[in-house]
Design a protein around this ligand. Structure first.
Ligand code: FA5
Length: 342
């Protein structure tokens, strides 16, 4: 046993002299202290030693182990110091003030179109308002002349929360609060995310954006409404796009219209993006119903106004030629990052 211990000390000393980097130190540790290392093997020999020698040999092996551990730690520290010094003195230099090559990302197309439409309306004197995504039944329906059990509620399959509130199905849900906040006269737009339990297809999502607009003043008429809609569309597209106005029913406007845009994906010939009709419902609108003005604290005898509910996600489809509305919520950066860099 003593001979073996001496042999191990000798071979460790030799190997330690040859170790010049951290990897070699680690190899040394495994070779002598590892599970199958020389010292562990020596422990196994202890089992076959004579009983009166076991204690003495055990103590010697432990001393050997401690000695090797200590020498290895010193060697590791010494080598680490040398390696660090070598790195400091090497020609390799880092300039911490250099700009990093981090990808800067891009704006989501909905953000881009929202900002564009906001700028157009802001230039025409509209204020831009923000509103909640979780609202109550009164604001989403009742204040808009849609009482409980009114069939118009079926047009918007609603996500209700356990506490009786709901996810806003349309930006019209903010009309009442904004009328009450400012009174008349009033020009405001309010973009927002809407939620409906829809059957999803190329032009329907369950989560999409709208931008509501209201203008209330004395003598506001349908011609004002048409003027603002035309201006907005010609500014967004910067060219003539075909639109059509047809009667539409919404309990909160009277009269009400559907404003459709000729599908910019297929040029009006029909494709899945427009459900093969050549037209896409884009911006329903109308003259605000007197009951809605009254609920908003505005006298309908004195004031009239128009409202519109622009489908912002669909406008982005048409403006950027995105064939499938699902692209916008897909998180597919290849598709979504091509519009404008940050
Ligand atoms: C409304 O939401 C009314 N609040 C709009 C309104 C406002 C009318 C003010 C009159 C006065 P509608 O459900 O049609 O109406 O939605 C308006 C627009 O939002 C649609 O024309 C369409 O462009 C868009 N839209 C509606 N549902 C979806 C959907 N599931 N996915 C994507 N866009 C949608």
């Amino acid at each position: 046993m003593e001979k073996k211990i001496a042999g191990i000390i000798e071979s460790f000393t030799e190997a330690a002299k040859a170790a010049t980097d951290s990897a070699a130190v680690e190899k040394l540790r495994v070779a002598f202290l590892g599970k199958k290392g020389e010292i562990s093997e020596l422990m196994k020999d202890l089992k076959s030693a004579a009983p009166e020698q076991k204690k003495e040999f055990g103590q010697k092996i432990n001393l050997l182990k401690k000695d090797v551990e200590g020498k290895l730690a010193d060697l590791a520290a010494e080598i680490e110091k040398k390696e660090l010094e070598a790195l400091i003195n090497s020609a390799e230099r880092y300039d911490v003030t250099m700009p990093s090559s981090v990808d800067t990302g891009s704006y989501h197309p909905i953000t881009l179109i929202q900002r564009e439409v906001e700028d157009i309306f802001a230039a025409m004197g509209f204020t831009i308002e923000d509103y909640d995504e979780i609202v109550d039944d009164y604001h989403c329906f009742e204040a808009l002349n849609i009482p409980k059990h009114h069939p118009a509620r079926d047009m918007q399959d609603t996500y209700y929360l356990d506490n009786g509130q709901l996810l806003k199905t349309h930006t019209s849900a903010a009309q009442n609060a904004i009328m009450r906040k400012y009174g008349a006269p009033l020009r405001a737009i309010f973009p927002g995310r809407c939620f409906r339990n829809e059957a999803i297809d190329a032009c329907h999502e369950n989560t999409f954006f709208q931008m509501e607009g209201i203008m209330i003043d004395k003598d506001i008429s349908i011609s004002n409404l048409i003027y603002f809609m035309k201006t907005m569309l010609s500014e967004v597209f910067q060219r003539d796009v075909q639109v059509r106005l047809r009667p539409g029913f919404f309990p909160f406007v009277e009269p009400g219209f559907e404003l459709d845009i000729s599908c910019q994906v297929c040029g009006g010939t029909g494709c899945p993006s427009c459900k093969n009709s050549g037209w896409l419902e884009l911006c329903p609108c109308g003259m605000i119903h007197p009951n809605v003005l009254t609920a908003g604290g505005i006298d309908p005898e004195e004031y009239t106004g128009f409202a519109f509910g622009l489908g912002l996600t669909r406008l982005a489809m048409m403006k950027y030629g995105v064939k499938d509305i699902r692209t916008f919520n897909s998180g597919n950066l290849k598709s979504l990052s091509q519009f404008e860099s940050l």
